[in-house]
Design a protein around this ligand. Structure first.
Ligand code: NAI
Ligand SMILES: NCC(=O)COP(=O)(O)O
Length: 334
């Protein structure tokens, strides 16, 4: 019987070149060089020349990975200064993401791990998306989803003890409250339940659904969205055999005992989901985009311009993201 083929390498993006991305990528390679295989699509000047090997194609990564960080070169117009984001390099930052996704869609890469971008620098240069999540959804919109899987995108923050999912993502609080509707909640929760079952081995996923308002609306006295928008979504989920419970007051659903009652918390707002996730596991949590035809993970943190280039940035979350992507590749059903 022939030996099973090794999966294609993961494609890691450059991220903001003035942020911590380059140094944590090198540190992640130092840690993982005996385990997994990845390559980074980036300007080679971001790394010490003696630590890297330039590659022309993803399939060259495996043969050099133990000894060198494989870099698929992408020229940026301006030399990066650690601690300073530059809109002048926006096109290269975006191109790195676009190429990584193209490799994943063609199976030359088994998944995409993104380094943090400085969203404000990209948007100032004309980038039309508020984050990777929305950009990745657009880049992959014409590719077929695996059979039976609902399309997202859905953002999940996954830590060792808590998984949270925001229904609204990169919107102002006022816009998010206005945009929230029953269908979005049902779709987000359904994508999450499918992923828990198929990627995380949770046979009967239990979802805790947050409210929007304080005390989940206090029976309508503090807002009607909990009763009029969220409760019908929970009823619809339950009618389709998804174990969903709520709307729960967001301030009391994350304490230790409460966390034992669900596998993922579906939250209405970005900060309802990301504050508990990052507070509990800032250096271990992974940002995963569910509901894409490709695998995508990312560290939970941002560009950390305040510490870039000082040698103090921790690579733990990027390492967790690379390991998570590799595990998802291993669990992926054809
Ligand atoms: N996936 C992505 O591309 C993400 C991008 N961002 C972007 O990053 C930029 C900066 O965002 P902030 O809110 O300042 O968050 P941040 O995560 O960059 O920094 C927050 C604090 O955590 C520290 N920190 C972050 N990463 C660290 C690491 N690896 N090791 C040690 N300490 C670390 C920073 O020094 C800072 O004190 C923004 O433009 C934001 O949009 C933020 C989150 C995710
Ligand atoms: N706060 C999380 C975040 O901004 C990451 O977003 P994305 O770039 O992964 O869409």
């Amino acid at each position: 019987m022939p030996a099973p083929l090794a999966p294609a390498p993961l494609a890691v993006t450059m991220g903001e070149p003035g942020g911590v991305g380059p140094e944590i990528t090198l540190a992640a390679w130092e840690t993982l060089r005996k385990d997994s295989v990845f390559f980074v699509i980036a300007d080679p000047s971001l790394f010490p020349a003696e630590k890297i090997a330039l590659i022309a194609r993803p399939e060259e990564a495996a043969s050099v990975f133990t000894n060198k960080l494989p870099v698929l070169p992408l020229e940026m117009p301006v030399i990066a200064t650690p601690g300073a984001a530059s809109s002048s390099n926006a096109d290269a930052v975006i191109e790195s993401i676009t190429r990584a996704v193209a490799f994943a869609l063609s199976d030359a890469a088994s998944g995409v791990v993104t380094n943090p971008i400085q969203k404000s620098a990209l948007i100032a240069a004309g980038f039309k998306f508020p984050g990777h999540t929305e950009f990745l959804a657009d880049l992959t919109k014409d590719a077929a989803m695996p059979v039976g899987r609902l399309r997202g995108p859905v953002m999940m923050l996954a830590g060792p003890e808590l998984k949270t999912v925001p229904v609204t993502i990169h919107q102002s609080v006022i816009e998010a409250a206005r945009a929230l509707n029953t269908d979005m909640i049902v779709q987000t929760a359904t994508v999450t339940a499918q992923a828990l079952a198929q990627e995380f081995g949770v046979t009967a996923p239990r979802l805790a659904i947050s409210g929007l308002n304080p005390h989940a609306g206090e029976a309508g006295a503090l807002g009607r969205e909990d009763e009029e928008i969220i409760a019908p979504a929970i009823a619809a989920l339950r009618a389709s055999a998804i174990d969903a419970r709520g709307p729960l007051p967001a301030d009391t659903m994350f304490h230790a005992e409460a966390r034992t009652t669900y596998d993922a918390a579906i939250c209405m707002l970005h900060d309802q989901a990301l504050i508990p996730a990052k507070t509990m596991a800032f250096h271990d949590a992974v940002n995963i985009t569910l509901g894409l035809p490709i695998i995508r993970t990312s560290p939970d943190h941002g560009t950390a311009l305040d510490i870039a280039g000082k040698g103090v940035a921790r690579a733990d979350s990027l390492i967790a993201a690379i390991k998570m992507a590799a595990a998802m590749v291993a669990h992926r059903t054809p």
